[in-house]
Design a protein around this ligand. Structure first.
Ligand code: PLP
Length: 465
């Protein structure tokens, strides 16, 4: 129980946080982070933590990158705010839209700015409706999404997400969202089913769902190239080629949610490149500004834009927009982030250090508590299991990952994410991480794993071979 007049005590008293048990949060409070430098953050007591999750998968340049801070301050002096609605615009938003349209894998891309990944995905639903209404296909509105995908917290974005706790008590999902099986072979394969058979089954499922719903009713398929918050799920190699063949056949667009995967996280600039996806639209956020300012971008292809413009001719107005979309300070920060990305050869750096990162992850596979590891670029998951040989998961699922995560944080001062896919700990460190820091991060994690393995052995909860 935090002291009533401490920051944690006041936090518990006055703030209502997300993704937590409210009563527990009120009783225990939160740990209050007050500063950071590089890949480390410190709390109000001065305890230093290695941030193995880059905050919420987002601080690409770590904490305290001066050039980004200066870009924000400079823009605040120049023009702290102006909107980009009703025939007005601002230079940083124009420059950023131009830059993004040059670097995304979408020809003649148009860029719409919002503040969060959730908002951008919500707007994607609206744009899809506007587009299809405009071109005379009002029945083509449904979006296929995947169970365990995460696309945000607004009513629309939470509906696209496939995580049950985000739906039930909120009366979601909204209409016209159809969820299908996620490409998670480790959890979803039938006994004895090969990866190839699993991929074929999922492809067939998609084809069947499209036929059952009616291809003329389905506008798009949304996916994170690699599922992040749902467990760092890397689909089998043949999955996207097969999926895209079916989508193409039925004139269904691929909506790529690059909120986590974008900006080098998976080893290439875009998750779409890493996974061989040709998207019609992309949603960007998080590393777009290294999370130093809130900003997201919804990027659409020319076909969608032309349809929307045509609709606007008919309706006379595009009835959509937000006060802060294209905020000059956020856009100035994003421009600086992209400049640093290029000037510092961040992609080469990521490709170099990710070899070392992936070696560590591969070694963890040998640990008695680890059932599966998954990694690409600087994104990884370590899934824990009670019995490796007989593939027995812990019950209740998630309880042991929580113990490891808590032990890593409390005892070894390493912050990682626990994700809702069995017992999984996820890593997505700031992209500036060095090899020595990677050693430090996995050293701390291994200490936590060993400690919890000893405890579980004493409690007779795991089988060690
Ligand atoms: C893939 C993905 N899409 C969308 C979102 C929502 O972004 P935001 O939290 O900025 O609304 C997230 C957030 O974690 C995400 O991981």
């Amino acid at each position: 129980m935090p002291q009533e007049n401490s920051a944690a005590g006041r936090d518990a008293r006055y703030m209502l946080h997300g993704y937590c048990d409210l009563a527990t949060n009120r009783k225990l409070g939160s740990s209050v982070i007050s500063g950071g430098e590089g890949i480390y953050v410190y709390d109000e007591n001065g305890t230093i933590y290695l941030e193995g999750a880059a905050g919420m998968w987002c601080t690409a340049f770590g904490f305290g990158e001066e050039e980004i801070i200066e870009a924000a301050v400079e823009q605040l002096y120049k023009l702290p705010y102006y909107h980009t609605l009703a025939y007005k615009s601002v230079n940083p938003a124009i420059d950023l839209a131009e830059k993004l349209s040059q670097i995304v894998p979408i020809d003649d891309a148009k860029v719409h700015f919002a503040l969060s990944g959730s908002e951008a995905n919500d707007f994607l639903i609206k744009f899809t409706r506007y587009y299809n209404n405009s071109i005379g296909r009002p029945e083509k509105k449904k979006i296929i999404s995947r169970i365990n995908g995460f696309h945000g917290a607004t009513i629309g974005a939470a509906s696209l997400s496939g995580i049950p706790v985000m739906h039930k008590a909120f009366d979601l999902p909204i209409n016209n969202i159809v969820h299908i099986t996620e490409p998670n072979w480790f959890h979803n394969a039938y006994p004895g089913e090969s990866i190839e058979e699993f991929t074929n089954r999922l492809t067939e499922e998609l084809a069947n769902v499209i036929m059952a719903e009616g291809p003329e009713t389905i506008a798009g398929f949304i996916a994170e190239p690699i599922t992040g918050a749902g467990g760092v799920i890397i689909p089998p190699e043949n999955y996207y080629p097969k999926i895209q063949e079916i989508l193409h056949k039925h004139d269904i667009m691929f909506f790529a949610d690059e909120v986590i995967c974008g900006f080098g996280r998976t080893g290439k600039m875009w998750g779409c490149e890493t996974m061989g996806i040709q998207p019609s639209t992309m949603t960007l956020a998080k590393s777009l500004t290294s999370a130093y300012q809130p900003l997201s971008a919804l990027i659409i292809n020319d076909q969608m834009y032309q349809g929307m413009e045509k609709g606007c001719d008919q309706i006379g107005f595009f009835g959509h927009g937000t006060t802060y979309g294209g905020h000059p300070v956020s856009c100035a920060v994003a421009l600086k982030v992209i400049e640093l990305f290029e000037r510092r050869n961040m992609l080469t750096h990521i490709q170099n250090v990710s070899i070392h990162f992936n070696d560590h992850i591969a070694k963890l596979k040998e640990h008695p508590l680890v059932g599966q590891v998954r990694s690409k670029g600087l994104l990884a998951a370590v899934e824990l299991i009670a019995d490796k040989k007989n593939k027995r998961f812990f019950e209740p699922m998630g309880s042991v990952a929580k113990r490891v995560k808590d032990c890593a944080e409390e005892t070894h001062k390493l912050i990682i994410r626990q994700v809702p896919c069995g017992d999984t700990c996820a890593f997505s460190p700031p992209l500036i991480i060095t090899e020595n820091e990677i050693d430090d991060m996995f050293g701390r994690f291994t200490l936590a794993l060993d400690q919890i393995t000893d405890e579980l052995t004493k409690e007779n909860l795991i089988n060690v071979y």
